[in-house]
Design a protein around this ligand. Structure first.
Ligand code: BDR
Ligand code: CA
Length: 321
């Protein structure tokens, strides 16, 4: 069974991705080895508490949870304007208290190192936050990321504009040096960039479909989260005026369990860490077709209807079980 570490900064779309993973785990398709939280959409204490609450919602409170490493000079402000002051649509207080203890928690980089050493070649890391934890793990234990089966990253923008600057996407821009380190460390990377994730619109109608299917704290939570995120996405022009919110991070889950919804090319992905205007840009050199030094598969096309339909079915499954 696929062993997963989920590196995340919940985050509205992170929350949907974590619920999706819990549904797939309940269906016997994966084993959630650990969740490693990161600073990004909001500070590290809030992402930890949010992840803990979402794990409890799905019945996975026993999963180990790491606290994000400290980032000294993040290049971006957080994304509370999109995800809410608590990072989770300002509704995290409606949920029962977190079951994991932030002050006693192990740091996420340590947890990544321990698990990769325990299961060399077996763990897939799904990383949908700034790459600070992964880079810190590689710095402490050089070569450790090569022990992952694959590293599946939501981040970057190749043929479309960024969402923080013209050139850069949030997860890469926030800590571009960490991203550079990760991409330089291994060649088993899969990238789900804005090119495809900005097509993934989760609408209030979809949330209503889940509520009609069954009613519980979880369905109510999904519906409330969707309403908040939809307003924020409209206000900050994330969805080009369309009603709904972008479930970027879900694309990384889709790659593993619904790969037929995505089309990839092999490339050597690099990160700009110096540019005055281009800091945090992800790129590959189009002139060369030789793939000998490639480090990643990059998704450039998506069957958005197919992907979103699978997400909805799996969320309905989780809400019923
Ligand atoms: C990414 O940035 C965050 O705000 C989202 O959670 C997602 O991981 C999209 O650029
Ligand atoms: Ca995220």
């Amino acid at each position: 069974m696929t062993k997963i570490i989920f590196d995340t900064d919940p985050g509205g779309d992170d929350t949907i991705a974590l619920l999706w993973l819990q549904s797939l785990a309940k269906q016997g398709l994966l084993e959630l080895i650990a969740v490693t939280t990161a600073e990004g959409n909001i500070n590290s204490k809030s992402t930890f508490i949010n992840a803990s609450k979402v794990l409890s919602l799905g019945g996975f409170e026993q999963v180990e949870l790491g606290r994000g490493v400290t980032v000294k000079n993040p290049q971006a402000a957080d994304a509370a304007h999109i995800h809410g002051m608590d990072g989770m649509g300002n509704i995290s207080n409606n949920l029962p208290a977190a079951k994991h203890d932030f002050d006693k928690a192990v740091y996420s980089d340590e947890l990544i190192i321990d698990k990769l050493k325990a299961y060399p070649g077996e763990i897939t890391i799904i990383a949908v936050a700034p790459l600070s934890n992964l880079a810190a793990a590689e710095t402490k234990s050089p070569g450790i990321l090569k022990k992952a089966k694959e590293i599946v990253i939501m981040g970057g923008a190749f043929k479309v504009s960024g969402n923080v600057t013209t050139h850069a996407e949030f997860n890469i821009f926030y800590n571009s040096e960490a991203a550079e380190k990760v991409f330089a460390s291994c060649n088993n990377i899969v990238v789900l960039p804005l090119d495809i994730t900005e097509k993934l619109l989760f609408t209030p109608e979809m949330a209503e479909g889940i509520v009609r299917n069954s009613q519980s704290n979880l369905t109510q939570f999904i519906s409330d989260l969707c309403n908040f995120m939809t307003e924020a996405n409209l206000r900050y022009r994330q969805t080009k005026g369309n009603k709904g919110f972008l479930v970027h991070d879900g694309a990384a889950v889709a790659y593993l369990f619904y790969p037929e919804t995505l089309l990839f090319r092999r490339a050597k992905v690099e990160i700009e860490t110096q540019g005055k205007y281009t800091l945090g840009k992800t790129f590959f050199d189009e002139r060369f077709t030789a793939k000998t030094d490639a480090n990643a598969w990059v998704a450039l096309k998506v069957d958005k209807e197919g992907l979103l339909a699978s997400l909805l079915e799996d969320l309905k499954f989780l809400c019923r079980n």
